[in-house]
Design a protein around this ligand. Structure first.
Ligand SMILES: Cc1cc2nc3c(=O)[nH]c(=O)nc-3n(C[C@H](O)[C@H](O)[C@H](O)COP(=O)(O)OP(=O)(O)OC[C@H]3O[C@@H](n4cnc5c(N)ncnc54)[C@H](O)[C@@H]3O)c2cc1C
Length: 287
């Protein structure tokens, strides 16, 4: 059943300061509304219990992409289309661009935002594995001040996060790397487009003289939160890139993940495909 629109309130503060005033005056009462691509689905289905929304779409402090020598910082309202259009992201963070290009269709890519994808906190979201593998940080701002926190650790349980009701997620920061790393991103869904992930795999690696100097691996749609696979990373870091390292890493990953079972896929399928993707990632590095 559709929601009854007059029972909802939406206000549009013109600036970040005024938005934070509202969130501070009545914490938990006003919920941010960015592109609305997650929220409108719930509204249409009559499943949006929260009644008061703070439209943040016009807040210019939440827009723009800043590039410095050490990092790229994206405003929380950066859309998937904007991600794909940014040259430095295509060159240095291609997994984020790939995730953006495989998120929904063009309409969703024009309206859906990176900040919304993070705070919506779906374990099946496609950007989080790339953000984890790129060691992203997020900026949380309230009237009390701003804090940068590692994205790894931002989600504490299913749909639970460390963001407070008086805070907005304002920016996402990606550290730039001097070394030439390899990137591997795979979204596995029922279809090639407009699919919600059954598994999403993101990996980066720095390989020198057939030795894995550094690597990061993250999985989506596997656990209640997007997962950084630190045990598997530790098992591979510093090791030679050969078949025995690949076999060892697959054993570690098999023990590190406890895949979820849901309407989109089974735990067994997710378990097997995660291992297949890890093997493919590592074999491509050696190739
Ligand atoms: C047809 C369709 C296809 C889709 N396909 C995909 C897909 O393939 N992959 C995928 O990952 N997602 C997909 N989505 C989900 C959705 O488009 C994304 O999660 C999108 O990034 C959400 O961003 P938004 O700005 O629209 O968020 P909104 O719907 O506006 O908000 C989502 C949540 O985040 C909160 N929020 C938003 N911005 C902030 C902020 N700056 N600070 C604090 N809280 C905030 C809101 O309060 C709300 O709880 C799809 C959705 C639809 C309708």
């Amino acid at each position: 059943m559709r929601a009854y629109i007059p029972s909802y309130q939406l206000i549009t503060p013109p600036s970040l300061g005024e938005a934070l005033d509202v969130l501070t005056a009545e914490p938990g009462i006003w919920r941010p509304f960015a592109g609305g691509t997650d929220l409108m689905v719930l509204l249409e289905a009559g499943k949006l219990p929260h009644k008061n929304y703070l439209n943040i779409w016009n807040i210019k402090e939440l827009r723009g992409i800043e590039v410095t020598a050490s990092h790229v910082a994206l405003g929380a309202l950066t859309t998937y289309t904007e991600v794909q259009q940014e040259k430095v992201l295509r060159e240095e963070f291609p997994m984020l661009c790939q995730a953006a290009s495989e998120t929904g269709g063009l309409a969703i890519q024009n309206r859906g935002t990176l900040g919304g994808n993070i705070v919506n906190a779906s374990p099946a979201a496609d950007s989080p594995p790339a953000l984890l593998a790129y060691d992203a940080e997020v900026e949380l701002v309230s009237l009390k001040g701003a804090r940068w926190v590692a994205y790894h650790g931002f989600h504490t349980g299913y749909k639970q996060m460390i963001i407070r009701p008086d805070e907005l997620l304002t920016r996402i920061r990606l550290p730039r790397r001097a070394e030439k790393v390899q990137h591997y991103y795979r979204k596995v869904g029922t279809r090639k487009a407009q699919a919600i992930s059954k598994i999403c795999f993101a990996g980066t690696a720095l390989v020198r003289e057939e030795k894995i100097e550094d690597l990061r691996i993250a999985l989506g749609s596997i656990a209640p939160v997007p997962l950084r696979c630190v045990k598997t990373e530790d098992a591979l870091r510093g090791s030679a890139l050969n078949q025995s390292a690949i076999d060892r890493a697959m054993t570690v990953l098999a023990n590190e993940i406890v895949p979820i079972d849901d309407i989109r896929s089974t735990s067994n399928y997710r378990h097997q495909v995660s291992l297949n993707l890890l093997e493919d990632f590592l074999q491509q590095l050696s190739a």
